[in-house]
Design a protein around this ligand. Structure first.
Ligand code: FAD
Length: 318
């Protein structure tokens, strides 16, 4: 089932999904099992798999010229999504990004996904390449998430990049996009960011998943602003349990979000990261319960590859 079908069939219940990262090259599927196994008995409706571009550095050679070197690779999200789908008999939502990919590579990945029976996607621009101050699209690549949305919508109509392509079968992808309750870090203000979000929905996106937030009031205000702006697709809140003390500064800096006072005080009191993990779990349980009461369709848990804390949360709230 597609994400929109899960939502339509939920009968008032709130569902949940776990977002996981593909393992680094050199690791194996075991690390995926270790993330999913503790959660599976609580019946997530689907599993999100992130996509990451290669990490490139430029090293200065003796002759003074710069040499481009790839320092980090994550195995393909397409293959990992398929492996999860067939091993756990569960729906998967691979993320696809603009950064690092030409439109043709994206089209090929989409053809593979459709062939594998994977019909839900989360489409994103992707972050800047490591070391780059601004986002640079790949040559012949998509520049914004909306361009990726348009590419998939065209395929849904049977329009591929090559007009002469034989058997240009229309696909039927369900499209998710990202939204930012506290605005995207590069957006000049919330109103502009919301206008760009609306453009993505008007272009054909079916649902929104939000950036993490720690204060539900921010989500409720965002949802209200979306509805007032005429954005009527389902909005799925993204939740991340805090797990290490350094996140007090890393999360606001990386994601341009605010942490509520009470959470900051509770984390500051912790003497080790085990205690921080517990505070993070309790905070996320309280957030989840309130969001469920509010009637959100799905909770999207960011796992960052470890799910022991998410297990405690879903055990308590589902
Ligand atoms: P866009 O919608 O393209 O927006 C990017 C910025 O440009 C925003 O400031 C927006 O306001 C502005 N903008 C949009 N359209 C226009 C336009 N037409 N003209 C001018 N400005 C415009 N990153 C990964 O690399 N891999 C992942 O798997 C991944 N998963 C994610 C999952 C979720 C739920 C979320 C919330 C984020 C995820 N990210 C992931 C991070 C995401 O790629 C970054 O936040 C990225 O910086 C922006 O992506 P976007 O899709 O929101 O971009």
């Amino acid at each position: 089932m597609k994400v929109t079908e899960h939502i339509a069939n939920r009968k008032g219940r709130t569902l949940f999904t776990l977002e996981l990262l593909p393992p680094l090259k050199g690791e194996n599927f075991e690390s995926i099992n270790q993330t999913i196994d503790p959660i599976i008995e609580f019946a997530p409706s689907f599993i999100d798999v992130t996509y990451h571009r290669e990490e490139i550095v430029y090293k200065q050679r003796e002759d003074g010229l710069l040499e481009r070197r790839t320092i980090r690779k994550r195995p393909g999200t397409v293959g990992i999504s398929a492996a999860i789908k067939f091993k756990y008999n569960i729906d998967v939502v691979p993320h696809l990004i603009c950064g690092g990919f030409s439109r043709e590579e994206t089209e090929n990945a989409l053809i593979d996904l459709y062939f594998l029976g994977i019909h839900s996607l989360l489409l994103l621009r992707g972050d800047n390449a490591v070391g780059e101050k601004v986002f640079r699209p790949e040559k012949n690549g998509n520049a914004y998430a909306i361009d990726l949305v348009r590419q998939v919508i065209e395929m849904n109509k049977g329009n591929y990049m090559e007009e002469e392509l034989l058997n240009p079968n229309p696909t039927d992808f369900c499209i998710g996009i990202a939204g930012y309750p506290e605005k995207h870090i590069e957006a000049p203000n919330l109103t502009t960011d919301l206008a760009h979000l609306k453009e993505k929905v008007d272009a054909g996106a079916d649902y929104i998943v939000t950036q993490m937030f720690f204060d539900n009031a921010k989500f409720f205000a965002f949802e209200k602003a979306c509805r007032e702006a005429g954005i009527n697709v389902p909005i799925i809140p993204g939740l991340k349990p805090m797990s290490v003390k350094s996140q007090l500064s890393v999360l606001p800096k990386t994601f341009s979000i605010d942490l509520p006072d009470d959470l900051v005080k509770a984390v500051e009191k912790c003497t080790d990261n085990q205690q921080v993990r517990q505070v993070g779990v309790e905070w996320a349980i309280a957030q989840s319960k309130e969001l469920i009461k509010h009637g959100v369709p799905v909770l999207h848990f960011y796992s960052m590859g470890k799910s022991d804390n998410i297990r405690k949360i879903v055990k308590e709230v589902f």
